[in-house]
Design a protein around this ligand. Structure first.
Ligand code: RB5
Length: 143
């Protein structure tokens, strides 16, 4: 399992804390790059970029949390080598890994409950990248 980096803003903070407990129960190690405390004035790019940079540099994976998952996703994708996705259903969670080789999962603290976020994350973590040439060719074109 690759190293997992996580990050959040205020709107994703509560969900991130619950997912941290979940990862710990699953014996998965992770590093929290903040925000490590609730601050209603914080801004998601300040947490998206550190996670995205470590993911790209270390060939790791990341989980980012904001209100919708969308701002984090937009910011993270500015970093070369990052393939961030904002997901709210199981089917997309699976295909984002299997077909698109996503390396950062963005989740919305205001749009997903813990139960749904947990199921999406499980699916994302357990789905391997496809061995099919057409998917590899497409990801290579993005690179
Ligand atoms: C913060 O209020 C909110 O805008 C942010 O968490 C995120 O949802 C942006 O996409």
């Amino acid at each position: 399992m690759k190293k997992i980096y996580i990050g959040c803003d205020h709107a994703g903070f509560e969900l991130k804390e619950k997912i941290k407990e979940f990862l710990t129960k699953k014996n998965l190690s992770f590093e929290d790059l903040g925000n490590t405390e609730y601050d209603e004035k914080d801004d998601y790019p300040d947490y998206a970029f550190p996670v995205a940079k470590r993911v790209a540099k270390e060939n790791a994976i990341g989980i980012l949390f904001c209100g919708s998952g969308l701002g984090m996703c937009i910011a993270a994708n500015r970093i070369k080598g990052v393939r961030a996705v904002a997901i709210n259903n199981l089917k997309d969670s699976e295909s984002s890994r299997n077909e698109d080789y996503a390396n950062i999962l963005c989740l919305g603290g205001r749009t997903l409950g813990f139960w749904k976020a947990k199921r999406i994350l499980n699916k994302w973590l357990e789905t391997p990248y496809s061995k099919e040439a057409r998917h590899k060719r497409r990801v290579k074109k993005i690179r």
